[in-house]
Design a binder for this molecule. Structure first.
Ligand SMILES: C[S@@+](CC[C@H](N)C(=O)[O-])C[C@H]1O[C@@H](n2cnc3c(N)ncnc32)[C@H](O)[C@@H]1O
Length: 141
């Protein structure tokens, strides 16, 4: 996917602004991020076993193929990391659904509410597809 992300930037962003975009090819939970704070973290992480993207070792389900292991080593640490990089008024928007064989959304909301302020959910759907997308929103506590 990395070359395609590069192509997206080259296609959609005027050349003068392309330097503002940084692509890091690593798992989010381990990636070394720039030493700065962000107003918004927007993420569409894997939904555990709903889709398999690659067998690369940085792929969350390749590394952690058991539900609790995936949740404890990838999903929750990634959300905690996102929180650390948010500015004081920053928001985290997470587009995420349940896994096929492992359900974690209630637990996720409950756990994240302990260290972030929950702002609720918003929903989005395409008129031609009966498929609702659900986004969770938190801000800094
Ligand atoms: C639900 S899809 C979202 C795709 C995204 N909307 C896009 O257009 O590329 C989840 C994405 O998370 C990526 N992914 C898998 N493991 C990851 C990890 N450890 N850290 C960050 N991203 C990961 C997958 O490769 C996949 O592209």
């Amino acid at each position: 996917m990395h070359p395609n992300y590069q192509k997206i930037i080259k296609t959609l962003v005027p050349p003068i602004d392309q330097h503002k975009y940084i692509l890091i090819k690593d798992g989010f939970e381990t990636a070394k991020l720039p030493n700065e704070k962000f107003d918004l973290v927007f993420s569409s992480p894997p939904f555990f076993d709903v889709e398999f993207y690659s067998s690369e070792k940085t792929d969350s389900i390749t590394q952690y193929n058991q539900g609790d292991q995936w949740y404890n080593n990838f999903l929750l640490p990634s959300i905690k990391k996102a929180n650390e990089y948010l500015s004081t008024d920053g928001h985290l928007v997470l587009y995420i659904g349940e896994g096929k064989t492992y359900k974690y959304l209630d637990k996720m909301v409950n756990d994240v509410n302990k260290f972030m302020k929950y702002n609720g959910k918003f929903f989005y759907y395409y008129d031609d597809k009966y498929f609702i997308k659900r986004f969770f929103v938190w801000s800094k506590k």
